[in-house]
Ligand binder design. Sequence first.
Ligand code: NAP
Length: 489
Amino acid sequence: MAVADETADVIEIRFDCLSPAEFDPPGELPHEVLEKILSATRKPILTTFRTKDQGGTRDLAAEERINFWSTGYETDLCDLEEDVVEDSWYWIWGERICSFHDFSGVPDDVDAVYDRLSKTGVGILKIAVRADDITDAIPVWKLLDKAEKEGKRMIPIAMGEPGKWTRILGIAHGAYLTYASLDSGNETAPGQVTADDLINVYRAKELDKNTEVYGIIAGNTSYSMSPYIHNAAFKAAGMNRVFVPMQVADIDAFMRRMVKPETREIELNFHGFAVTNPHKQAVIEYLDEIDATAQKIGAVNTIKIADGRLYGYNTDAAGFIEPLKQRFPDLKGIKAAMCGAGGAARACIYALKQNGADVTLFVRDTAKAAGLANEFGIEARDLPSKDAGSPFADFDILVNATPLGTKGEDESKTIAFAEQLGGIKLVYDLIYNPTETLLIREARKAGVPVIGGLEMLIEQAEQQYRIWTGNSGAGSVMKAAALKRLQQQ
Ligand code: NAP
């Protein structure tokens, strides 16, 4: 309560989270317990007492719920489900929310649900559904317009990571309120953002319909650093812009129904996107133009939207090469061993070759990498085993573009150990979480200079920022935001 008191405008108390033993008789909370809870804050309280199939924490008998509400928990707001709302006229005089939850998906006719809730006569309507893909949120989001036209107050929520944007942009588009968790890991519904992030990272209370919306299009946005980096830069520059996670499974549906001006069903004022796995190539067919670099790499990681047209760019190549050129201003003839043959490797190979370096691929599956190798006219070799002596003796630079070393199950893995780095003049690890990977530690042990993935991450983000805003100089703000976020994880 003390933490919520510092950040929230309204504090929701989920009374169904209390143990059944607190209630005596069932559903009735002793007066002194209630007093103790309520006296912990002067902020308005939203009371909720929800049974399990409506998203509560335990099964509640009908009698328990009737006991609870009829005892007269007269707080500022009461959240009631449809089945108790009719009787609540006798018990509750304060402001009420009539809520509907669907944790399994989106009902076929969300409009009919809205009409039903609307007929109860309750002043605020809440509809929360589960989104499995980003476009699942469209029907519930459209209700905001309907509610505005009918003079109703509305809380539309698409639960889950693909619906996170509804929580961040809701207030800007007229939602009555948005829910946030106190801490990461303590969310009361899927996809909830922490109150700290909602207020200080996304600035949800400062946004409006004119806010320019940017986002990261990714198959999984939950680990993305981009919202932290770009929102910090927009905030520092005092821009009315926000950067939102856009978790997309079906890129065609997303581009058609939410982005392309000719076909989109809702208006979010999109101005640009960062794009990452697995959409960097698939997104190209939806763009009006792509620049020469992105064309040659065959992948787009940045989109700018101007006058209804979509322009594609690739900032990975420049993001990779700039930090390297600070150490090796002339890369001509330099021999680079590139480990990994995915999307990142593709951009790195392009940049190295552009600068005159010789590149050799090291991969776990040479047949799979043959296409990339042929495209760039380079050789693909097997990644060396643990006991190979000095497998990179003929090379100057070793680049890791595999996930080996990433926080989690790959953290204790490396493409090479200290004793295998003979001949190498620089190790460049694309991994940025953790900032000190096992490979970086091994390189230090061998006395080999290193570049960590954070430098590339920030450099490519700075280039994105330049494309979107025309400005530069956001690097230090971005780096500080990234380091802060990495410490939280
Ligand atoms: P990707 O497209 O999935 O490619 C990953 C590559 O690594 C593939 O060639 C894959 O081989 C190989 N690989 C995966 N697991 C492996 C293992 N256990 N042993 C050996 N090789 C393995 O990913 P990406 O987009 O290229 O990204 C690669 C890494 O770079 C990621 O960890 C990402 O975080 C990092 N990255 C950093 C930045 C930055 O700004 N610092 C930017 C982009 C990417 P298969 O094809 O055989 O699976």
